[in-house]
Design a protein around this ligand. Sequence first.
Ligand SMILES: Nc1nc2c(ncn2[C@@H]2O[C@H](COP(=O)(O)OP(=O)(O)O)[C@@H](O)[C@H]2O)c(=O)[nH]1
Ligand SMILES: [Mg+2]
Length: 180
Amino acid sequence: MKKYDNKIIFTGPVGAGKTTAIGAISDIPPITTDAAASDMTLNRKGYTTVALDYGVLNLDGKAKVHLYGTPGQERFDFMWDILSTGGIGLILLLDNSRPNPIKDMQFFLNAFKDMLRQAPVVIGVTKTDIKNTPTTESYARILEKVDMRPPIFEIDGRNRDDVKSLVMALLFSIDPGLEG
Ligand SMILES: Nc1nc2c(ncn2[C@@H]2O[C@H](COP(=O)(O)OP(=O)(O)O)[C@@H](O)[C@H]2O)c(=O)[nH]1
Ligand SMILES: [Mg+2]
């Protein structure tokens, strides 16, 4: 297997499971700057506190995948470009229990369109245990209209195997030789 020491990005709306998913698969204690919304005030030095996540997945002795979770709030979208620089792939988590997850999907795919010109995306739909629609087929049908056919999985963000399958699907779409 090739040496991978690379970076993938988890994005999606607040509550989609980014922090949980990175924590579920990270081989190091994940670093998270999650703060209660009420703590996210501008401090005196003029910096804002943003919520982002970092973890590492060791695939074998040499291969390391750095996992970065973006802040979900739109007002931190300036962070998205910074974080996605050098990213080899994107994992978009969608919370099926939100009012309009289809719109969330379109919003995030548009926000990351520059990155997606050269990197693949895999979609993980979370919280299908809370709300089972839209189905993965409905998401796929909408994306086909814009000629996108990313792998779409129903996952539980708390389940290590689910999250790992998502990451492996992403790595496989980057390099189909990976499974060999
Ligand atoms: N019921 C259910 N809860 C989930 C699922 N995935 C994540 N969660 C929970 O959703 C909450 C928000 O997750 P979090 O990782 O903080 O979301 P983030 O804002 O994207 O980082 C946490 O309490 C998770 O345990 C899922 O598939 N089903
Ligand atoms: Mg989070």
